[in-house]
Design a protein around this ligand. Sequence first.
Ligand code: PLP
Length: 279
Amino acid sequence: MADMAYVNGSFMPLGEAMIPIEDRGFQFADGVYEVIVAYEGQPFLLDEHLARLQRSADGIVLGLNCSSLNLEGIIQEGIQRSGYDDVLVYVQITRGVTSRQHAVTTELTPSVVLTFKRKPIYEPQLRTEGVSLETTADIRWSHCSIKSIALLANIMIKNAAKHRGFFDAIILTDENEVLETSCANVFVIREGVLQTPPASDRILHGITRGFLLDVARKEGIANEECAVDLEMLLKSQEVFITSSSIDIFPVRSVDGITIGDGKPGPITRRLLSSFPKLK
Ligand code: PLP
């Protein structure tokens, strides 16, 4: 078993993978990405991830039809080559390699890079006890629905939160509306209703978010995509965050204020059981 990479047509051990310095991903963060989890070798919600990758590529005017790349086949082969059961698959497509200048004047061949690593095994108490979050202002750009590799603002938010002893931060609008965290979507449960901020340009339209809304619809859990302000969130019975790599982490406190009784609530636990396999 080994971490593997795929770079523009070839597989190799991750440590041997290289990309030219003048790749626009390296110079300008001019690219898009996906993170996909495979459970027991099977990529979870793959079609949804690939559809979002295409939307992101279109969002930065990459002029690429992602279906021409045979990403399904590459992902399947990479998972097999890694030898891991549960795999974290990272897909990055950048505009390509050219002499460094802002404007793109020639037609470039996008760089296609994938990595295949063992899915992280999180400390069990993150799920049994939940995580604590702080709140922060939105210092990001205005196209957060594009899954851009330009993540500097997100990284600054996450690092500042960690430095202050929080797991992450909930990003708020100037009007104190909840958006998402640096790397996950946010859900609250108020009076039995599952609520999450609407899919706008100010959040990433999380694949896990969409999956859980579908699960809620199928299982008859009342749900709503609606504005959630900080005051509402702090009075919620349950809060949790979602992403492909974490699935669901319950939230026990925000800015030091305990959510509900400070323990993962019944709807959070019920939704947690809807994932194929949790480790
Ligand atoms: N929001 C942001 C800013 C993210 O970076 C991510 C995942 O990386 C998410 C939400 C969750 O998205 P998904 O469920 O598709 O992993």
